[in-house]
Design a protein around this ligand. Structure first.
Ligand code: GLP
Length: 262
């Protein structure tokens, strides 16, 4: 795992964008894994700048979102389909026809989960998966005790997650859906590269548990320890509970030039 501690959220976003751009420059038809939430917004903004400057072109790139609420219509601005369209598809110049989110309104939700897995496989798998992390250590909507082998499926949101996300529903906890569809940890681990971004003190404990704690289903983010190419980009506050922070700084400062992408 590569852990990079950067001065602030803007630097985290720029570093994530540079790494995604490097993948697409090598492979214009790459498949991106997109995340919702506030954590990746800096990465999307920095990547949109690279697109606007003509340094990378995402028009042939496909994308799959990690997750979706059950029962929120895609036209609602609260759906992850609408969020991804607003935060990523438009600003990044992605072709909307190549961007998918799980169908949280399907009559047969289990079939929708299987169809999502099949669509990812048919696209050739995800080349680089952008991830945030929840305060309880979740990635996607894989709440604590999610299996490391899990695939796309229906989950019940943890009370902490519903409380954290109530801000998007006007602070009304009752309005936050109970259920979601999320790519499983096994699905996420199949991506060729994982790129987790975290900013702020509120993520410090979850980051430390995921990166330095034991491999445990109680911390779904610890699944990154199983991946061959996982990169964790942190601002100082999100890195503040890491035991080996100085080692990560030393490693990054001494990284050979040929290995640097940012
Ligand atoms: C959300 C999403 C996750 C996201 C996490 C953190 O509920 N399902 O993909 O990483 O929670 O959100 P934020 O980045 O807003 O803190």
């Amino acid at each position: 795992m590569e852990i990079v501690i950067l001065p602030d959220g803007a630097a985290v976003g720029a570093a994530a964008a540079a790494r995604i751009a490097a993948v697409v420059q090598r492979k214009p038809e790459a498949v991106l894994g997109l995340a919702t939430g506030s954590s990746p917004l800096g990465a999307y903004a920095a990547l949109a700048d690279l697109v606007a400057r003509g340094e990378v072109d995402l028009s042939r790139t496909s994308a799959f979102a990690l997750d979706e609420y059950v029962g929120v219509p895609p036209e609602s601005p609260l759906s992850y389909a609408a969020t991804i369209a607003h935060d990523a598809t438009g600003p990044l110049g992605l072709d909307p026809a190549r961007v998918r989110t799980p169908d949280g309104n399907a009559a047969d939700l289990e079939a929708a989960c299987s169809a999502y897995e099949a669509a990812i496989a048919a696209a050739g798998g995800v080349d680089v998966q952008l991830l945030g992390i929840g305060a309880n250590g979740h990635i996607g909507f894989n709440e604590p005790t999610s299996s490391f082998a899990s695939r796309t499926r229906i989950k019940t949101l943890a009370p902490r997650t519903r409380e954290d996300n109530a801000r998007f529903f006007g602070g009304d906890l009752d309005a936050v859906p109970m259920h979601c569809i999320t790519q499983g940890l096994g699905t996420i681990l199949d991506a060729r590269q994982l790129l987790l971004v975290a900013q702020g003190e509120s993520k410090a404990a979850a980051v430390a548990a995921a990166v330095e704690g034991p491999l445990t289903a109680m911390v779904p983010g610890s699944a990154l320890q199983l991946h061959r190419t996982a990169v964790v980009l942190l601002d100082e506050a999100a890195a503040s509970k890491l035991t080996l922070a100085d080692y990560y700084r030393f490693t990054y400062a001494n990284k050979p030039a040929w290995q640097r992408v940012d």
